[in-house]
Write a protein that binds this ligand. Structure first.
Ligand code: NAP
Ligand code: MG
Length: 479
């Protein structure tokens, strides 16, 4: 526990200029929607930030038409080396306006400024740089060079700008045009990105941003003139999208939930493993699809690891997302907070033991302390279901094969972590774990060159790397 108080070190929000209201970004311009509007709030203060247009079916149709025109007349015909220039330009503007994007993301989403500044924004720019490099080299992709057409893209609220970049950069590099719907609670960085598209002189209609809630998303993915659907979000909505496009010629990629095992063996460097556990579950308030939400720790070292983990958790600073010292920010919405509380209460009812880091939570806004549950069994709902918050379930194991069995005993298959001193064990575990990404002696590392995606209920298709081009090109896969 810290023995002295830190002075607050808030980042100034004067760099961002939030308008009282926002329209939709269609065909290169901000236009009024035909539907209602809704408010985006700051989850750390509950302050209303702006009034946002809610796109209805007419708006969705106008956006898809704009994207279709831009694809057939301009973008789909443009040589890759010309498209690349726009992507490079967007990447550079994201860097130039990085502080503005980081502050705005922290305000609208509630995540700490050190994460938006050091993770979300730099990786978003890196995605545009990386896919800019592919635009004139698609003949080496293995998936042909012909674009699919219009992509309808729907993203969640946990990494608003980053998920936008994962979706838009590969789509544009391959010559597709897009209509993207950000999440209802986090539309502001997507709207700033629309401004960046204008600043980069991107031809009208290549990128369209339509704000709204689930109904807008449903109208977009079911629009008959959308060729490709890319979705990141919950398994439940992913399933309904898979059903709605079944029987059509639409291509689909789904990035869904996860319940990753973070496995600590008795020979792991304990302090590093503890940092990895903390990063795995408390990064981004645990609102991470690949979060290490199930800690599997070898029984012989469990007491030691848990002691050190609790000590480390007690030093986490929870509070103002704009404070540069903050480790854990606000929960994104009242709904998500209610979900985390409900599942945590169920954990206690089922007999697991709850421990929360001692910390003072701010009076306004949505907050949940870093929490862990011990005495968790595989049958417990907190071991099986996504909590999507700063809550860790701890289970123990005795042998590597027991660890593999427990780690794979989940309907999901997105990611896993392995902590051990032995390289041979890392290789064996990586082969045996049924997860799209396996990190060894690290966790939550992302790079645009590396494909990301899941097995089983975690979805299908890959984003990032060469594999991330597959969904946006017409050619059959060639290895
Ligand atoms: P969600 O409810 O599935 O929402 C995701 C997006 O889909 C939002 O923009 C949402 O709109 C929209 N949507 C809702 N209903 C829809 C429908 N019927 N048709 C089309 N779109 C619809 O998920 P969430 O709770 O916001 O996000 C958390 C989930 O995302 C977690 O389960 C997490 O694991 C998953 N996730 C996965 C990855 C990955 O890469 N695998 C990454 C991040 C998050 P509104 O929210 O605006 O209403
Ligand atoms: Mg918000």
């Amino acid at each position: 526990m810290s023995t002295f108080e830190y002075a607050p070190a808030p980042e100034s929000r004067s760099i961002v200029d939030i308008a009282p209201s926002y329209g939709l970004f269609v065909n290169g311009e901000f236009v009024d929607g035909h539907g209602h509007s809704f408010k985006s709030i700051s989850p750390s203060t509950e302050e209303v930030l702006a009034e946002i247009a809610e796109a209805d079916e007419t708006d969705v149709d106008l956006a898809v038409r704009a994207a279709r025109r831009a694809h057939s007349r301009v973008w789909g015909r443009m040589p890759g080396k010309e498209r690349a220039k726009y992507l490079f330009r967007i990447a550079r503007i994201i860097q130039e306006r990085g502080r503005e994007l980081a502050v705005l993301e922290s305000i609208d989403n509630g995540k700490p400024i050190k994460e938006t500044r050091d993770v979300d924004v730099p990786i978003a720019a890196a995605h545009f740089f990386y896919y800019a490099g592919w635009a004139d080299k698609l003949e080496y992709s293995g998936y042909g060079t012909e674009s699919v057409g219009v992509a309808g893209q729907v993203i969640p609220w946990n990494f608003p700008l980053l998920m936008l970049s994962w979706k838009i950069a590969p789509a544009l590099a391959c010559g597709n045009t897009v209509v993207l719907k950000p999440a209802e609670t986090t539309p502001l960085t997507a709207l700033l990105f629309a401004e960046i598209c204008q600043q980069a002189d991107l031809p009208p209609g290549v990128v369209n941003i339509i704000t709204g809630a689930g109904e807008t998303g449903r109208a977009l993915v079911s629009h008959p003139d959308v060729d490709k659907v890319a979705f990141t979000g919950s398994t439940e909505v992913g399933r309904s999208i898979a059903r709605s496009v079944a029987g059509t010629s639409k291509r689909v990629t789904l990035e869904l939930g996860g319940k990753a095992a973070n496995i600590v063996f008795d020979d792991a460097p304990v302090d590093q493993a503890v940092e990895g556990i903390v990063n795995g579950i408390f990064f981004n308030q645990g609102h991470v699809c690949c979060a290490g939400s199930r800690l599997l720790v070898q029984e012989s070292v469990a007491d030691d690891v848990l002691d050190r983990l609790k000590r480390r958790m007690s030093t986490l600073r929870v509070g103002d997302p704009l404070d540069k010292n903050t480790d854990v920010g606000a929960i994104n919405s009242a709904e998500q907070l209610a979900k985390i509380r409900e599942l945590s209460a169920i954990g206690e009812d089922e007999g697991a033991e709850r421990w929360a880091a001692p910390c003072e939570l701010p009076e306004h806004g949505f907050w949940f302390p870093p929490t862990l549950f011990t005495g968790v069994t595989q049958a417990h709902r907190i071991a099986r279901e996504e909590i999507f918050g700063p809550v860790l379930s701890v289970l123990t194991f005795r042998t590597p094969s027991e660890a593999i069995e427990k780690a794979n005993n989940t309907p999901y298959g997105l990611s896993a972590g392995v902590w051990t001193d032995k390289g041979s064990r890392i290789l064996k575990m990586a082969g045996a774990l049924r997860a799209g990404v396996v990190w060894a002696n690290t966790f939550n590392k992302f790079d645009p060159t590396s494909p990301f995606g899941g097995y089983k209920e975690s979805g299908y298709g890959r984003e990032g790397g060469r594999h991330g081009l597959a969904g946006y090109l017409k050619g059959e896969a060639r290895r």
